[in-house]
Design a protein around this ligand. Structure first.
Ligand SMILES: CC(C)(COP(=O)(O)OP(=O)(O)OC[C@H]1O[C@@H](n2cnc3c(N)ncnc32)[C@H](O)[C@@H]1OP(=O)(O)O)[C@@H](O)C(=O)NCCC(=O)NCCS
Length: 385
């Protein structure tokens, strides 16, 4: 296998975009390429994620991005894996470069849904669940994650204040992130007084509907090392896994089996132990999802991550910094841009550009990105070069 490095990464401010998805995708792509030291003509393939492009009446965004970059002849493909779309696209890019088929690839994820009302956006998102058994019967993602939260609370005694600690931490981290959707800290009182969305989840347990775009450039260092202008992030593992989509067919609702499997594969591939990891960007679409991620990935025994978070262990200056970017909860969750945006944060952290939320001298970082309620999952491990 060839080495694969992230050489450049960029994102826009998540929230409400004035521009179209294709324009945003093109802008962040150009920025990521310029930061890397490469030129657009060095890109051999573009992997695009845009799960809900049809909401803008636009599919097949790859050729539009490549044309805007001045490289219309470069091939492209759209990779869809619900909320884990752009980490799945990164995996495809990794496989191509590691296998020697490409020297440089662009990964770009984009979503624009802010022009839809709450019902329409919720209905679009619910298409990522099992339509026949879940969405058609009224299940939405807040409802499905509320089911997981209820099971976790029932088995482990997880308390609202412990889920609230995830929200308070991630809003605080996002207040230092100029790219975040929400940039104001919240108090525990604000969390506890926020209205229920789907019991036991409140407003501040949920990620928002966000527009946004994020791009990552991956290269084979043998070919491009002397061109690079940023501190690269070597991809030491790129692992994916799946599990039964519908919750009613699973044996246990206090875990996402795809996270466990993808995590085990990633650590095996990198040949390192969990103790090397200096920071994590995990999929916290709802506060309980951050708790599940930390337990499924093996950083805490089942039932212990929520308490550890409430005691400050997962703060930026804690013993295991989690979601310094603000996570999906507060940085925002433009579905197909999320996986790539996690890599942008890790790249910024490795380059020492995360003022206010900078983790001290990080060498290893993990990105964990879930599709829907865990029908698919990606885990990537990065090492600062
Ligand atoms: C929770 C939710 C229903 C709220 O949506 P909504 O009722 O349409 O909220 P609105 O857009 O009307 O916003 C009302 C206010 O709450 C704020 N807000 C909206 N969602 C928020 C969130 N998730 N967290 C914090 N604040 C939020 C808005 O900024 C707005 O504040 P303002 O009045 O100061 O401007 C929606 O954010 C949601 O469904 N989130 C989950 C999305 C999802 O399922 N993603 C897929 C995950 S797998």
């Amino acid at each position: 296998m060839e080495e694969v490095w992230v050489a450049g990464a960029a994102m826009n401010r998540f929230g409400k975009m004035a521009v179209s998805g294709r324009e945003a995708a093109s802008q962040v792509s150009l920025e990521a390429i310029e930061r890397s030291g490469l030129r657009p003509k060095d890109i051999g393939y573009t992997f695009v994620s845009n799960a809900f492009g049809v909401a803008e009446r636009q599919a097949h965004v790859g050729p539009l991005v490549n044309s805007a970059l001045g490289i219309p002849e470069v091939p492209s493909v759209t990779v869809e894996s619900a909320c884990s779309s752009s980490s799945a696209a990164l995996h495809e890019a990794f496989v191509h470069v590691a296998g020697g088929f490409l020297d440089a690839a662009l990964v770009v994820g984009v979503e624009k849904l802010s022009h839809l009302d709450t019902l329409a956006a919720t209905s679009y998102f619910a298409m990522g669940a099992d339509y026949a058994f879940e969405s058609r019967n009224g299940a939405t993602f807040p409802g499905l994650y509320a089911t997981l939260a209820t099971a976790h609370m029932h088995r482990y005694g997880t308390r609202a204040e412990e889920l609230g600690a995830v929200a308070v931490k991630n809003h605080l981290n996002a207040s230092h992130n100029p790219h975040a959707h929400f940039q104001k800290p919240i108090s525990m009182e604000t969390y506890l007084n926020s209205p229920p969305v789907s019991w036991p989840l409140r407003l501040y347990d949920c990620c928002p509907f966000s527009d946004g775009a994020a791009a990552v450039v991956v290269v084979n260092p043998k070919r491009f090392r002397s061109d690079l202008t940023e501190v690269p992030a070597a991809i030491r593992a790129s692992a994916r896994a799946g599990s039964i989509a519908a919750l009613q067919d699973r044996n246990d609702l206090t875990t996402l089996p795809a996270s466990t499997l993808a995590g085990e594969r990633a650590f095996r591939m990198a040949g390192v132990d969990r103790s090397v990891v200096d920071l994590l960007e995990v999929h916290d679409c709802f506060t309980v999802a951050e708790v599940l991620a930390l337990e499924d990935l093996g950083f805490y025994p089942p039932g212990e991550a929520a308490r550890a978070g409430a005691e400050g262990e997962t703060a930026v200056d804690g013993k295991l910094p989690v979601n310094p970017s603000g996570g999906l909860k507060a940085k925002g969750h433009p579905v197909s841009a999320t996986g790539a945006a996690q890599v942008v944060e890790i790249f910024e952290q490795f380059n020492g550009r995360a003022a206010g939320r900078q983790v001290s001298d990080p060498e290893w970082a993990l990105a964990h990105n879930v599709g829907a309620t865990g029908g698919s999952c990606s885990v990537h491990l990065f090492q600062r070069v």
